[in-house]
Design a protein around this ligand. Structure first.
Ligand code: C2O
Ligand code: CU
Ligand code: CU
Length: 478
């Protein structure tokens, strides 16, 4: 009998290891909300006679007190940790000068931007230490909250974890709160692990990589934000390596989701919770009463990447609040139904796609410019997510069911829970380049680094079959 229960226990332990049972404790109830939320500064472009908006960004080493009184080495962009907020509007020509002052090569990818592949900042556009990379493009997509972060193959998790990330806002012209830092607030949510003396702990042993037990919002630990208007728009970016958040207020109040990754929803969607996986963005508008306090939380979900109840930030409303305009009833025009010409299937395995690891010299998919396709994601293992560069997609269904209403806008990243099928209607852009690929990948950064990534090129319609499926080796050390 004793031997039998021992065997059962051993089997149970093995099963737990196999499913990667490695969740974390949350921080619920442990914070005092003593630090004012840092608002990343807006970087004003240098004005040029040609009207081009020029932005200078420098990847650099720094020191930051991520935990107050405990300095740790970090990386940042034009600063010690994270980077400035960039802004542009549709039609603007933007020119970047990205200088790498780190001691190793990196890249800067414009996640959510629709641009030529050579400007994308993926693993083929390495910036060597000491070098400057100068991509340039015309912003030609609807208003959205996009972001930027490094993408060096095999190193993305470490580079992002150390602090390289920032927001790039494409401005809208609807009547939503829009005073940056006052009633239009970025919330870059990241979980961290710290060593006992307060340094960033980069050790990641588990299936998903680093799952932290502490939260930073815009790099601020234990944050509060003083609300001064009746309504505030929050732009949430999950800038974490792996953690998936189920966000809502402690008092379950209703708020309105107004945008997803790729821009505005057709109309505001009332919600009490939304789920956001690494790389995704959700914009919501919340209303406040004078003098009240409201706690924004992340609630435990059902997989390891959603483990733990976390307190994120406390909002404290002033005794008198500036009136805000009513929420518009309409935000964006409906997308016309499209006729997909092709279906591609992607099997998401433990850390690969369709059984293959990322290969920088292999073109996995060739897509015709302007194509509309169905991409079917079949996750046969534990939690993953899926991001496609350059495109806008709609989530058609999740295991055959329509997605929640707040997920029905244009997107570029989607959570794919374990053992789940997700179908996407993908609209591709028209910048052709048969020799420079875009990426698609799991945005759980350890998985991405392990090779859960593939490459596609966009080519002139009719040239798909004649397009070469191999690429010269670039990226590593060129
Ligand atoms: Cu956010 Cu391929 O990246
Ligand atoms: Cu991207
Ligand atoms: Cu994954």
């Amino acid at each position: 009998m004793r031997r039998r229960s021992f065997l059962i226990l051993t089997a149970l332990a093995a099963a737990l290891t196999l499913t990667g049972c490695e969740g974390v404790q949350g921080n619920a109830g442990a914070l005092a909300f003593t630090n004012p939320l840092h608002i990343p500064p807006v970087l004003d472009p240098a004005p040029g006679p040609d009207g081009v908006k020029r932005f200078g960004l420098r990847l650099q080493e720094g020191t930051a007190e991520l935990l107050p009184g405990k300095p740790t080495s970090t990386w940042g962009i034009n600063g010690d940790y994270l980077g400035p907020t960039l802004r542009a509007k549709r039609g603007d020509r933007v020119a970047m000068a990205v200088t790498n002052s780190l001691n190793e090569a990196s890249t800067l990818h414009w996640h959510g931007m629709r641009l030529p592949a050579a400007m994308d900042g993926g693993p083929h556009q390495m910036i060597q230490s000491g070098q400057t990379w100068s991509p340039e493009w015309t912003v030609d997509q609807p208003a959205a909250t996009t972001w930027y972060h490094p993408h060096p193959h095999g190193q993305t998790a470490r580079h992002v974890y150390r602090g390289l990330a920032g927001m790039f806002l494409i401005d809208d012209d609807v009547a939503l709160p829009r005073t940056y830092g006052t009633d239009d607030i970025p919330l870059i949510i990241q979980d961290k692990k710290f060593t006992p003396d307060g340094r960033l702990d980069e050790k990641s042993g588990g299936t998903f990589g680093i799952l932290g037990d502490q939260i930073l919002v815009n790099g601020t630990y234990d944050p509060f934000f003083q609300v001064t208007s009746q309504r505030v728009r929050f732009r949430v970016l999950n800038g974490s390596n792996a953690h998936v958040y189920n966000i809502g207020f402690a008092d379950d109040r209703t708020f309105h989701v107004v945008a997803g990754d790729g821009g505005l929803l057709e109309k505001p969607v009332a919600a009490q919770r939304f789920r956001i996986s690494p790389g995704e963005r959700v914009e919501f508008v919340a209303g406040f009463q004078p003098g009240e306090q409201a706690l924004l939380k992340s609630f435990e979900g059902d997989s390891d990447v959603e483990s733990g109840d976390f307190d994120l930030i406390k909002f404290t409303a002033a005794g008198q609040l500036t009136p805000s305009p009513e929420l518009p009833t309409k935000l964006a025009s409906p997308t016309p139904a499209s006729q997909p010409t092709k279906t591609r299937t992607f099997k998401l395995g433990g850390s690969n796609i369709n059984g293959r690891d990322m290969d920088m010299t292999r073109v996995d998919e060739v897509v015709a410019a302007g194509a509309h396709e169905i991409w079917e994601l079949n996750n046969t293992t534990f939690a993953h997510n899926f991001h496609i560069h350059e495109v806008a997609f709609r989530v058609l269904d999740i295991d055959g069911e329509a997605p929640p209403e707040y997920m029905r806008g244009p997107k570029d990243t989607v959570f794919v829970p374990g053992k789940t099928k997700v179908r996407l209607a993908v609209e591709f852009g028209r910048h052709t380049d048969p020799k420079t690929p875009y990426m698609y990948h799991c945005h759980i950064l350890k998985h991405e680094d392990q090779g859960m990534m593939g490459q596609f090129v966009i080519v002139k319609p009719g040239t798909e079959d004649s397009t070469s499926r191999t690429l010269p080796m670039t990226g590593h050390g060129h």
